[in-house]
Design a protein around this ligand. Structure first.
Ligand SMILES: Cc1cc2nc3c(=O)[nH]c(=O)nc-3n(C[C@H](O)[C@H](O)[C@H](O)COP(=O)(O)OP(=O)(O)OC[C@H]3O[C@@H](n4cnc5c(N)ncnc54)[C@H](O)[C@@H]3O)c2cc1C
Length: 411
């Protein structure tokens, strides 16, 4: 009988792992606990809004080449659009507006053009942001808290990228992402958006691709126990059935960190996570830019697509506990100010709180992120929380899935 790779978890890490392993000629079986694939990146039809919404806004950038290649491969790229590298911001405290606009090419001459950067902040503030690498124990606030760019650029980017309080977030990790994106100029910073939703770009085409490649996707099929013997996995127990493994069979565990730890206690990943809150308003704002950064309000980013304005609040803290109608009202106030909609009645709104959206990216947690290998010779790990060198992101998830598939194929 042919060897089979069992991929557990059909989030972006599991999907990309299954696709890559199949491309390398392995027989693959994909098992997912939920009734659908996608994990923390999924779309669904919302009856109240009468629209397809995403569980949360996801920003991809042109630097996220692993995700974009995966998307092209499975045929989801037609559901993505690329916008120019221009990030409009508004400070709600005093109404100031500006646009961060990196130039094409590696020489960052945009830093010399006042109209392309944060107002009233000199060039030296940008230089100190990317100059010397921080020590791995330094936090964002500790490293750059006194930088004049802190409130209007560093803190918003840190919160969005690391989803962690800047007083606790790893400065080294933020710098790594900024070098991969801003450091490449416009080429690395073009926003890649999914105007009809993430599912149509990143999930549904992959499920179709896998089906066409004879990969079975078993949904509502949670793995409940891993049996091992002689240093390798010998059987998998699912909710529905027990599956003995053949001597050549392998497993990739692409589940969230707490589940991986429960199934395999010898894996001790970081377990401290942070939520992300999203509010989707059923609203057409055809003249608004696709993405706006907000400083000084409860809203942090506005994503605008046909028929919808969505607001992201990363690591919202106690605000997440407010009743949903209070939250919706507060976020709508910010939307009105940013988009100039004074007097407009609040449209139907859906609030989604993802309680364990990402890891808390503190220096203490970063050193706990494990690589793909495990003590069991035929079991590998994947997932955004593994040691990808990136924060918990789609790019990290896809890279981890690709690495795990390559390691299995090589083994
Ligand atoms: C609201 C929100 C906003 C975000 N914004 C961004 C953004 O702007 N940009 C960005 O790049 N990233 C963003 N992210 C992060 C991104 O969504 C994740 O990094 C990525 O989706 C993680 O993929 P994954 O496959 O590693 O994990 P998951 O998506 O969590 O996949 C794990 C899968 O395992 C399944 N599973 C769990 N237990 C079992 C079991 N016992 N048996 C079988 N299956 C199991 C789960 O159901 C799930 O489908 C955001 C996340 C959230 C929640």
């Amino acid at each position: 009988m042919n060897a089979v790779l069992h991929v557990i978890g059909a989030g972006l890490a599991g999907l990309s792992c299954a696709v890559e392993a199949r491309r390398r000629g392995l027989a693959v079986s994909l098992h997912e606990a939920a009734p659908h694939a996608g994990g923390r990146c999924r779309s669904f039809f919302d009856r109240r809004l009468n629209r397809t919404v995403d569980n949360g806004n996801h920003l991809l950038l042109s630097a996220n080449t692993a995700v974009l290649d995966y998307c092209r491969l499975v045929g989801g790229d037609s559901a993505l659009t690329e916008a120019p590298a221009a990030f409009p911001f508004m400070d709600l405290a005093d109404g100031t507006r500006w646009t961060v606009r990196p130039n094409t090419g590696r020489v960052p001459w945009w830093l010399l053009a006042p109209g392309r950067r944060v107002p009233d902040v000199g060039l030296d503030a940008y230089v100190s942001l990317l100059a010397l690498p921080p020590h791995k124990s330094e936090t964002v606030a500790g490293r750059w808290g006194r930088n004049p760019l802190y409130r209007r650029l560093i803190e918003p980017l840190s919160t969005a990228i690391l989803n962690t309080e800047p007083e606790k977030a790893s400065a080294a990790l933020l710098r790594r992402v900024l070098i991969e994106t801003l450091g490449r100029g416009a080429a690395g910073c073009r926003p890649v958006l999914a105007p009809v939703g993430l599912g149509a770009a990143l999930v549904d085409p992959a499920v179709e691709w896998l089906r066409g490649a004879e990969v079975s996707l078993h949904t509502s099929d949670a793995l409940t126990r891993i049996e091992s013997s002689g240093g390798r996995v010998c059987a998998l127990e699912f909710q529905k059935a027990r599956m003995p493994l053949g001597p050549q069979d392998a497993v990739v565990l692409a589940v969230p960190p707490a589940v991986a730890h429960r199934l395999l206690p010898s894996v001790a990943p970081p377990l401290d996570t942070r939520p992300i809150l999203n509010a989707h308003f059923a609203l057409d704002a055809p003249d608004a830019p696709p993405l706006v950064g907000v400083v000084g309000g409860l809203a942090q980013w506005l994503f605008v697509r046909p028929g919808m304005v969505s607001v992201t609040v990363s690591q919202p803290g106690p605000a997440a506990e407010r009743p949903v109608d209070v939250l919706a009202g507060a976020l709508w106030k910010d939307v009105v100010a940013v988009l100039g909609l004074a007097g407009k009645e609040m449209p139907p709104c859906r609030i989604i709180k993802e309680r364990r959206a990402t890891l808390a990216h503190s220096p203490e947690q970063e050193i706990l992120r494990p690589g793909p290998r495990t003590p069991l010779t035929n079991l590998w790990l994947a997932g955004d929380w593994t040691d990808t060198g990136l924060p918990c992101t789609l790019e990290g998830a896809v890279r981890s899935g690709l690495w795990a598939a390559r390691m299995v194929a090589e083994a």
